[in-house]
Every structure is written in structure tokens, then in C-alpha cells.
Design a protein around this ligand. Sequence first.
Ligand SMILES: Cc1ncc(COP(=O)(O)O)c(C=O)c1O
Length: 398
Amino acid sequence: MPAFAKRMAFMQAAADVTRYLFESMTDPETISFGGGAPAREALPVELVHEIASEVLTRQKRGVQALQYGNPIGIPDLRQAVVDKLLAPKGLQAKLEDVIIVAGGIENMNLVSQLYLEPGDVILVESPTFVHAIEVFKMFEVRCIACQTDDSGLVLEDVEAKIKQYHPKMIYVIPTFQNPSGRTLSLERRKALAELGSQYDLIILEDDPYSEMRYSGEALPPVKYFDRTGHTIFVNSFSKIFSPGSRLGYAYADQKIIRKLYDAKTATNSHTNVMTQILCAEFFNRGLFDAHLKLICDIHRERRDVMLECIRTLLPEGVRYVYPDGGLFTWVELPGQIDTTAMLPQAIAQKVAYMPGKEFFMEGQPVLNNCMRISFGGVTPEKIRIGMERLAGVVRAAL
Ligand SMILES: Cc1ncc(COP(=O)(O)O)c(C=O)c1O
């Protein structure tokens, strides 16, 4: 058999932690704070059932749903993106500026196809979203991490690394970041857009969580401050509609969207038309606003319970992020606790989390004592039980 390509060694290393988490999850008694799934109660099952039974008939959209589609996506879903998702963020998009893709992660793949050559450098946050890194690394690039603090990316470090590494792109998750839950401040959003223009680099702004805001004031995206077309705004329907539908979108200058269209054609022709129709109807029947309120109410309660548990159950010296939205908080344990080494002990106690180590890239220190805690997929009652178990494991490790 021919050898696997060299890049697969990295892919395997990155996938191993996820695989381990999934495989150890076969026990239904285990409470997992490891994944990034939204609450099952927040999935619009009844609404989608109603839409599907009404529109998927031969006279209505049944034929469109089962036929080949346009690589750019169906017009009414793109229009919903323009009117219902971009306009409220202050982004005045035209229909031609939007393409529908197969889930948020496909954006990383398509944008990489457009710009990256082997050996190129991408600047990322430290810590950052590990699946995006997996995609970038498939293009044989270097991902260099930049410093972050409670207000997100530290732009002095970004600028120093721009001068040192001459990157092509900066990948950033400005709002309720995965894994840290942190949010980039308003001033830094503006300054980051300006850095893109000044140094002629792509700012890849990934925004799957900003609608899930439970407290605090909404901030305009980095794209809002982009005057030169250097920012590509990418997003996902996974957290506001359904992850299983595999839907996402990109908003950028029309010439970039045209290239994304070319890359999309070669990748998978087009995004699933059936789920595009269900999602478009969901928005265009005016169901989104009430459903988003439900999503936020469910997750706000989970966030509050999780943070109360962190405050009251975990030992002194623990540092954590208070996220104003999204699905994650980031916990830094005291002492020399290695959260990767501690995971088997946690699983033995029927609780799981995502060890922090995997989220760190070259260029910044790897913090072994951190963990990403996801509160989205666990009910408040189970959060309490799971956190008592986790607190026991941490105390034993101390
Ligand atoms: C920052 C970030 N970007 C993109 C995605 C991927 O979204 P999707 O599930 O739509 O591929 C996620 C999902 O967890 C995410 O956290």
C-alpha cells in the first residue's frame, strides 16, 4: 500500500483527542462538557417538520429540493442572510456578495483554496478553534499563534508577527470565541480591519456565536470596519438553526465570492438543496426571531448554572472566562495540573471536557493546565452533577 501523505500525521494527532472523547462517550452515564453542540431542546424539530411536510411536495419545492442546485446557493436563503443576519449587524450586503456553503467549516476550506500556497503563514489567536487549524494545515501552511487577553487578540503582537512572518491571512473568531468564550473589543475590531488594509492581508472573520448573546451589548463585526475588502466574513447556521443541516455562508466582495463559487464547484458542486430550502423557509416565514429567543433563554440558563458551579465547586485559584454568549468557558487550573493527563481520570468518574493543549499553536506558550468547558449540550441539572464530579477529579489531581 502507498504511504499516507505526510500531512495525515498532523491530522491524526489533532483528531485523536476528539476520537478519544467520542469513544469514551459510549457510556450514557458520562456527562460531557467536551463537545460544541447546542442544546437538543434548541433544535427547531417541530418547525422543520411542519415546513418540510408543507413545502416538499411535487407542486411546491420538492423537485427543486431533489434536483442539482446552483453552487452559490438558493436565492431566498441568500436573501435571508442579507436581510435577517447581515443587516442587523450593520453589514449592507448585496445578494451577489453572499454564497451558501456546507457548514461553517467549509468556509475555511474554500477560503484556503483561494489564497494559500504551501509554506504560507496564517496568524491565529492563542488558543484557537482546532478544526479550522486542521483545515489550514491540509494546505501545508504554518499557523502562528498571537497573544490574547480578556479583550481578545493583542494587536501589538499581531503587528509584530505581521512584520516577522509576512502572513497571508489572520484567522479570528471575535465574538464568544471557541475555545475561550472571549470577545474582541470594539477598538480592536476597528484596528484589526485596518491592519488588513495596511498590510494587504486577508482577515478571515469567523462568527458562529454572535447571535447567541445572553448579556452585554452587541458589537459590530470586524467586517463592518473594512473599507478595502480585505475582510471575509464567514458564518454557520449550526448554532442558530441546526448543525446536522450542514449550512453556512460567506459574505465578501463580489470578486472573492466569484472565486469561492469556482472553488465550491470543484469541491462538492453545491450545498444540499433540501436543507437550504428548509432553512430559507424557517427565516422567510418569520420564525427565526422567536426561535433565537428560545435558544438564548436555554443557553443563558446553562451558562449561569455552569459559572455558578465553577465559582462554588472548583478549588480556589481557578481562573475562568465569563462569556456573554456562545457555548464555552475556558478554565485555567492552579498548579501543574495537566488537563490532558487528567482526562482519563475524569472519564473514569463519568465526566468529560476538552483539554486545552490542543488549542495552542506555534508562537505562543502551550498551557497544559487549561480546559474548554462547553455548557450548551448539558441540562442545568446535569451540569451540577457533572461539575461536582469534575471538582472531585481536580481536587484529587491537586
Ligand atoms: C469558531 C467556529 N467556526 C466554525 C465552526 C463550524 O461550524 P459548522 O458546524 O457549521 O461546520 C465552529 C463549530 O463549532 C466553530 O466553533
